[in-house]
Every structure is written in C-alpha cells, then in structure tokens.
Ligand binder design. Structure first.
Ligand code: 13P
Length: 250
C-alpha cells in the first residue's frame, strides 16, 4: 500500500563527469520495479541529470529550496525553478541545513509549503542530536519538528509529503540507528500524524537516513514503519546504491 522510496542525497559531491558515470551505473540496473528511486544532485547539475534520467524510472529531487516564490534573494533557488528543471521531490529541513545554516522549524515549515505550492513533494527531515537522544528528548525534538509543519501546512498536506527520520548522530558517522531504534521513532512519527488523521498516516511514507549501506539496509527496511531510505555517502557509489534499492524490494 505504501510504495517504498529510496532517495540518494548526493550533498555537495560530484562533477559533470562523475555524475554521468554514476547515472550510467544506475541506469544499467533500472528495471522500473521495486522502490521508487530518487536522486538529489546539487542544484547546478539538476538540469543535466534530469536529461540523463528522462527515459528511465529514476526521479529527480533537490536538496533544498528557498521559501520565497521569487525576487531579490541572491543565491537562492525557488520551487518553481526546481519544477521547471524536472524535479519532483525536494528535501527540506535536512539536519545539515538546520545545524550548519541555522534553519529553524519555522523556516523549514515555510519551505515545505513553498514546495507543495508548486506541486512538488517535500521530503521533510526530522531527527535528534546525540545529546538530545542521551537526555531522552528524541520524541520531544521530532514531535516539535513535525508540529511546526503541521501548524503551518495542516495535516492534509502530509498526503503529498514524505518524512525522513535522520538521527543527526548517525549521519555520515558510520553509526546507524539499530533497526529497533529506527522503528520506534518511525512509529512515533506515524502516531503523531495518526492523532490528526489515521487514514492519512497509514499511507504516509517515512524513510530512514543515517549511515545506510547495502550491508545494513535490509534489516532496517524490514521494520514495519520504515518505508525506504534517504541515503548520503552510499548513494555516490552506483553498485552500492543499487544494492540498497534491491534491499528494500526484497
Ligand atoms: P549518510 O548516509 O552519509 O550517513 O547521510 C545520510 C543523510 O544525511 C542523507 O540525507
């Protein structure tokens, strides 16, 4: 009922030549079955990658967006521009944006709304830091991050959205959440949405992100409330990323 989704967040990696090689590797394994597969290159490569995947089942996503529709916002990229170059998904509230660029919950909520206004699908990232987990505040933090978006966008907006649980302590550290830890937070996310709309919550896709590799993907993806993954480092290796996608299918 929920089609699994695996998204590769390339972060600030790649070049035209490297991207072309990576896409070629992914296309070799593209059978159009299994999970929905999304790649999220840096802004400047979106158009070229969009052309390269155009006849495949791979879908394009962006890593960030400006909350404003247009105007004097030097250096920013609007949701309409992302739609114009072929994006279908947009990551909002990635922890690197929240922590390195001081995006607060309200800024993330505004980006979520801006993405949907253009008919695109936000991938809303939530997750706690190590200090927050250690003091038992995981549900408070994730709940607060969700609540900011619920307050601005309303629960119905989640019918056209994806949530990604990315514990900050697991991102790029090689330390992934255990399957049980992931399942517990995913169930919490779903229950928060279900409290407002149970039917919608049952169809909401909740992805896990944080040091997912081919070796640990199957166990995490097998959890009842895990509907795929948001993959950083391992999405830069074609064969590894394909195996992660297969882990969700199997
Ligand atoms: P890693 O898979 O490199 O830990 O990154 C996860 C992530 O931040 C995906 O958005």
């Amino acid at each position: 009922m929920r089609r699994p989704l695996v998204a590769g967040n390339w972060k600030m990696h790649g070049s035209r030549a490297e991207n072309t090689r990576l896409i070629e590797e992914l296309l070799r394994g593209d059978e159009g079955v299994g999970p929905e597969v999304v790649v999220c290159p840096p802004f400047v490569y979106l158009w070229e990658v969009s052309r390269q995947i155009r006849d495949s089942s791979i879908v394009l996503g962006a890593q960030d967006v400006c909350a404003e529709a247009q105007g004097a916002y030097t250096g920013e990229v609007s949701a309409a521009m992302l739609r114009d170059v072929g994006c279908r998904y947009v990551i909002v509230g990635h922890s690197e944006r929240r922590h390195l660029y001081q995006e607060d919950d309200q800024a993330v909520a505004r980006k979520f709304v801006a993405v949907q206004r253009e008919g695109l699908v936000p991938i809303l990232c939530v997750g706690e830091t190590l200090a927050e987990r250690e003091r038992g505040a995981t549900e408070d933090v994730v709940g607060r991050q969700l609540e900011a978006v619920l307050a601005l966008a309303g629960v119905a907006a989640f019918s056209q959205a994806v949530v990604a649980y990315e514990p900050v302590w697991a991102i790029g550290t090689g330390k992934n959440a255990s399957a049980e830890q992931a399942q517990a937070v995913h169930a919490f996310v779903r229950s928060r949405i279900a409290a407002k709309d149970a039917i919608l919550a049952a169809s909401l896709r909740v992805l896990y992100g944080g040091s997912v590799k081919a070796a640990n993907a199957a166990e995490i993806f097998a959890q009842a409330d895990v509907d795929g993954g948001l993959i950083g480092g391992a999405s830069l290796k074609g064969e590894e990323f394909r195996r992660i996608c297969q882990a969700v299918a199997g």
